[in-house]
Write a protein that binds this ligand. Structure first.
Ligand code: FAD
Length: 415
């Protein structure tokens, strides 16, 4: 008789913990590489598994999805991004990056997407290889496999455990028990999504507006909806009493006190968004680490290296990491199950390239976060002058090089 608490049939598949962007992309990239895997997500339903509202899938992640045979699916949910604009709340236009030029240089477009639409697309492709309502509690690793335990008493044996379980990863906590908790980056982001006609916010344009200790992002995610994100330094959030019942204000009202006189369409976007849609989220990252794998356990996405959102790369790195992991496993042993028999060398190779890359992204993201937290009006005027001078040329080139050069294994180097 089968033990009801054992998913015994899955003993020769990789177990991916987490049904976020990293986990689902990992299952799909492994499938493309001929390596069987299942994702286990703690949320009982997909609606609660997806959070947030908008994302840019940059050239690097599009190249990764292309390598995993998934680009055509992204085209179905994305709107091509053509311009990335910077402006100052006080000093007007600062810089305008042509993303169409970037697309030509990197041989891949960039897309704005609704996060729930992307998540739905990935989960539909994963299909039966996603188990919901499965919260992992811990695991035990031995020379020939990993025993993964779940809150409901279920137990799964696997040759390879991949922690794609986000910022506060259970797998990471067990791998690095003495690591401090994630670092609060001194910023709170209030996200909203609202229906607005294309005449007000045209498709294909991402607008960043900088204030003093404040930053506002908006762009169209599809034909009907605009995503926005009001970012406040901790001091500004405290000053306006964000969400503080002491002031008797809702989040939207508190935001209007700060952003109500900003350039169009900032106040209109906040005003048009229902209160219950606005979601404040504190931003965290972690210091880079020198290792995140053992012989049979590794991490991907935010579980491996969470970054602040200042380069817009968290989910993009999750996608890139998932594909590089699958490619590393397939390169070490191209034949499906064989890749899982002894994954240690592949994990070491994956870890080596990904730790170097995500460390650079995490550090640059942190540096940009400092720039967006400045509050002194004179310093902000100097920042605006610097952005107007440097953002179209040196910064543009440096940022593009940093973020878009991927570690994907080129097609002609794959087995
Ligand atoms: C306000 C904000 C704006 C952002 N903007 C951008 C952007 O523009 N561009 C960008 O690229 N990135 C952005 N990011 C970052 C991006 O959201 C993350 O990097 C990305 O979602 C990470 O995906 P993930 O799958 O690794 O983690 P998550 O999305 O956190 O998914 C982890 C999953 O694991 C599940 N899980 C956790 N623990 C367990 C367990 N014990 N057992 C089973 N399942 C478990 C969770 O329920 C969750 O579904 C932003 C983040 C924030 C907060």
């Amino acid at each position: 008789m089968t033990d009801p608490h054992r998913d015994g049939s899955e003993a020769d598949e990789a177990v991916v913990l987490g049904g976020g962007i990293a986990g689902l992309t990992t299952v799909l990239a492994l499938r493309t590489a001929g390596i069987p895997a299942k994702a286990y997500e703690r949320a009982p339903a997909l609606r609660t598994a997806a959070s947030g509202n908008g994302l840019v899938i940059w050239h690097n992640a599009v190249l990764a999805l292309r390598a995993a045979g998934l680009e055509k699916h992204l085209e179905g949910v994305g709107t091509e991004l053509l311009h990335y604009r910077f402006r100052s709340r006080r000093s007007g236009a600062l810089a305008d990056w042509s993303i169409a030029d970037g697309a030509r240089r990197h041989n891949a477009p960039a897309y704005t997407v609704s996060r729930p639409a992307l998540h739905r697309m990935l989960s539909e492709l994963v299909g039966d290889d996603l188990r919901l309502g499965a919260r992992c509690t811990d695991f035990t690793e031995s020379a020939d496999g990993v025993r993964v335990r779940f809150e409901d008493g279920r137990e799964v044996r696997t040759p390879l455990l991949i922690g794609a379980d986000g910022l506060r990863s259970t797998v990471r906590r067990q791998l690095m028990p003495y690591e401090p908790p994630p670092r609060y980056a001194g910023m709170t982001a209030c996200q909203g999504v609202v229906e607005l006609p294309p005449q007000r916010v045209p498709p294909g344009v991402f607008v960043n507006t900088f204030g003093e200790g404040t930053w506002f992002v908006h762009y169209r995610v599809d034909d009907t909806c605009v995503y926005w994100d009001a970012v406040l330094s901790d001091r500004v959030a405290h000053r306006i009493g964000l969400g503080a019942s002491a002031l008797g204000l809702g989040v939207r009202e508190a935001l209007l006190r700060e952003f109500g006189d900003w350039p169009d369409p900032v106040p209109a976007l906040i005003e048009a968004t229902p209160e219950d849609v606005v979601q404040p989220v504190d931003i965290f990252d972690r210091d880079p680490v020198p290792r995140w794998s053992t012989e049979r356990v590794t991490l991907v996405g935010d579980a491996a290296q969470p970054v602040t959102f200042n380069l817009g790369q968290g989910a993009n790195q999750a996608i890139e990491g998932a594909v590089v992991l699958a490619q590393s496993l397939a390169s070490a042993a191209p034949a499906g199950h064989a890749a899982l028999a002894d994954p240690a060398a592949a994990l070491a190779s994956y870890e080596r390239v990904r730790i170097a890359r995500t460390r650079r992204i995490a550090r640059r993201s942190r540096a940009n976060a400092i720039l967006s937290r400045w509050q002194n009006p004179t310093v902000c005027l100097l920042r605006d002058a610097f952005m107007r001078l440097a953002f179209d040329r040196p910064v543009y080139r440096a940022t593009y090089r940093l973020t878009m050069d991927t570690d994907l294994i080129p097609e002609d180097a794959r087995p």
